[in-house]
Ligand binder design. Structure first.
Ligand code: CTP
Length: 401
């Protein structure tokens, strides 16, 4: 593992006494470590110990001129390849969920775009409290990784879940998150989710796409150090950590959003399920049954939407452009025709007739269909795994340019 920059945030729990060991474990793996402490953390571990072990000054105050002069809090947030929060108290996690920034640690956690690894430590009842359970769930949904807590005897005298994981285990989890920043310098634009084409003020024509595949792709690109813009259609998913999100509901809005980001993009992945047609004349008002007359049927005239993928592929330049193909039959042949018609570099073909893969679920079974005619069939994988396989291919393509 190449040495990387790890920012260790220490909050005020008794487990803070183990952080010098954690620093040593991270340093032993060659990482450059800086520490920042909450006011309460300083009651359990002295800054001098951490400063001695890291060989770097320890940050404690948001508005201390001397500390800010050395490295300011935004500089600290940007410096980190990974932020490890150990121990993470219930209070600090609640602040992270709310986006509070009332001290140095919470402010840096709000400002950083680095991945976050949280090692909670608290009393068993605090860990089990519905407020903490909800906070953990929300942080997980945002892409925050947790290590522990472990079960055992707690410092407070209770037994149960709440012990901070051992320093070695936290250091292992940190290494697992530190993938090489192989997409640094790339600007990746990902589209995700379905579109909704308005019929009137309240109704629309949409599809079953959940956005999970596209969101996993955006998260993976961010993990690999890319600058990521996620253009999200209709989806209820939270924005992955470290990703800039632009919402675009209809195909026309999505086209505008993609074109606005295109010039700066080096890689575009079009995972969105864009509606091919939209109602010709959406009504600004709600269509009322009484206006139509009793028992009247209604005919919706649909007109074609622009094909965004074909349009941007025609302006490809040195960009890498990847399309998706959702097919229910003759998957490979249909994907090959789509690739030729649209002119992109690669098509990721989905067989949507499978119940265990594709729409709405967390796994996907895809084939990569290449302009050379080659087809690679991947096994059933979590969508994050498909995203990783996709970027392995994209990196090879771009390396070969
Ligand atoms: N796509 C697009 N703009 C559209 C329709 C599709 O950019 N108006 C993109 C999708 O984001 C996807 C790819 O084209 O990357 C293929 O989408 P898909 O719906 O499978 O193909 P279609 O071109 O719509 O063809 P068909 O529905 O006939 O299979």
């Amino acid at each position: 593992m190449d040495p990387r920059r790890i920012l260790l945030a220490v909050s005020g729990g008794i487990a803070a006494y183990k952080t010098p060991e954690l620093v040593r474990a991270l340093r032993a793996r060659g990482h450059d470590v800086r520490c920042m402490l909450t006011a309460a953390a300083e009651r359990f571990v002295t800054p001098l110990v951490l400063q001695t072990l890291t060989g770097r000054s320890v940050r404690r105050e948001l508005f201390d001129a001397g500390e800010e002069g050395e490295i300011d809090h935004i500089g600290l947030a940007d410096w980190a390849d990974l932020v490890v929060i150990a121990p993470a108290t219930a209070n600090l996690m609640a602040k992270m969920v709310q986006g509070l920034a009332d001290d140095l640690v919470s402010t840096v956690l709000l400002a950083t775009r680095a991945p976050l690894l949280v090692a909670p430590a608290m009393n068993v009842n605090m860990w089990g409290h519905p407020a903490t359970r909800e906070n953990v769930e929300r942080l997980r949904h945002r892409g925050v990784t947790f290590v522990g807590p472990e079960a055992g005897e707690l410092a407070c005298g209770w037994e149960g879940l709440g012990r901070m994981s051992d320093p070695g285990r936290i250091a292992d989890a940190a290494d697992a998150l530190l993938v090489a920043p192989s997409l640094r310098g790339e600007r990746v634009v990902v589209t995700a989710g379905g579109t909704a084409e308005p019929i009137d003020a309240v109704r629309s024509v949409t599809n079953r796409s959940s956005g999970k595949m596209g969101f996993a792709i955006a998260a993976e690109a961010a993990r690999r150090g890319a600058d990521v813009v996620l253009i999200a259609g209709v989806t209820s998913l939270p924005t992955p950590h470290g990703v800039r999100r632009v919402d675009a509901r209809s195909a026309l809005e999505m086209r505008e959003a993609v074109l606005a980001e295109l010039d700066a993009a080096t890689i575009v992945v079009k995972a969105a399920a864009v509606a091919d047609f939209r109602p010709a004349a959406p009504s600004a008002r709600k269509i009322k049954k009484e206006d139509l007359g009793d028992g009247a049927s209604i005919t919706l005239e649909l007109v074609p939407n622009p094909d965004i993928l074909a349009e941007i592929s025609a302006r490809k330049g040195s960009r890498t452009i990847v399309g998706f193909a959702a097919e229910s039959h003759d998957v490979v042949e249909a994907a090959r025709r789509k690739l030729a018609r649209k002119g992109c570099d690669l098509i990721v073909a989905n067989d949507i007739s499978r119940a265990d893969a594709g729409f709405e679920v967390d796994e996907n079974a895809v084939r990569f269909v290449w302009p050379s005619g080659e087809v690679e069939e991947l096994p059933l994988l979590p969508k994050s795994g498909v995203a990783a396989q996709l970027f392995d291919r994209i990196e090879k393509l771009r390396g070969g340019r």
